[in-house]
Write a protein that binds this ligand. Structure first.
Ligand code: MF3
Ligand code: CO
Ligand code: CO
Length: 257
């Protein structure tokens, strides 16, 4: 039974690659003047043309293919006619399904020239995700991931969103366990080889409190402060981890060029 997960990993690699290639492709289009609806349409078509399907579309009544979360939107921003402006910070979250397996990844984009404050939050959010990933191996516990992220972020004076978390993912979109981005060392479930889940910290410039708008999806910071997020889909191996959603183009955090 050992290594029984290798077939699953092979499918996760394919799904993860399609999701990350979608973000790579979208990068050239994410400029001042484009609407988030246009980004959604281009992403939808790319995934479809590459043999996949956008997981968010019709998921629990969601009517778009991607999530586009701007500025104080924490997550689940719905693509709209809103066009991007110089200085905006945008998260684009792509989840692709291919051969029944899911790849889920998001990145931040700086629209034109952004403030130093915006750059600092985006950088810290990316680095916090990496800190949560670098410790991954069998035997550590879920609380260790949260601890790495939370301690790094709070040291910088930012806050970790509590109301949304990472999640198990494989041939379903969201499955156990929940991956909290805050926590205490040596607490929670122990990691074992073959587990597949996302790490997707949402980090706020101000307080961590969020509220969901009347559209039932858009989560915003209560204090209207800026929020940032990155997401990777990961698998636990015998000795460490594998990231399924790394960019072919080496895109990690902005600037992408
Ligand atoms: N991709 C999101 C996640 O990271 C989920 C989006 S669900 C949607 O889990 F319906 F809002 F698109
Ligand atoms: Co996710
Ligand atoms: Co996602």
């Amino acid at each position: 039974m050992k290594n029984n997960y290798l077939e699953k990993f092979e499918k996760m690699r394919i799904a993860g690659k399609l999701a990350s290639q979608t973000l790579d492709m979208l990068t050239d289009f994410i400029k001042p003047g484009i609407s988030t609806n246009e980004i959604d349409k281009i992403g939808y078509e790319f995934i479809r043309d590459n043999g996949g399907y956008s997981a968010p579309l019709y998921y629990r009544g969601y009517k778009k293919s991607l999530c586009t979360s701007l500025n104080h939107v924490v997550c689940h921003g719905i693509p709209s006619e809103r066009t991007l402006n110089e200085g905006d910070a945008l998260n684009v979250d792509v989840t692709a399904i291919i051969n029944d397996y899911y790849g889920d990844t998001s990145r931040m984009f700086e629209i034109g020239k952004v403030s130093v404050k915006t750059k600092n939050l985006i950088n810290a959010t990316y680095e916090s995700m990496i800190k949560g990933i670098q410790i991954l191996k069998p035997g550590i516990k879920l609380g260790d991931i949260g601890y790495e992220i939370q301690s790094y972020v709070e040291e910088k004076g930012f806050s970790v969103v509590r109301d949304f978390c990472g999640h198990g993912i494989s041939n379903t979109f969201h499955e156990p366990p929940n991956i909290l981005h805050y926590g205490k060392k040596n607490t929670g479930q122990e990691l074992i080889p073959g587990m597949t889940f996302t790490i997707e910290p949402m980090i706020n410039f101000g307080k961590y409190n969020v509220k969901v708008l009347n559209d039932g999806w858009t989560a915003v910071t209560r204090d209207k402060s800026l929020s940032a997020q990155f997401e990777h889909t990961i698998g636990i191996t015998e000795n460490g981890y594998e990231i399924f959603t790394e960019s072919d183009k080496g895109y990690t955090k902005p600037p992408y060029n």
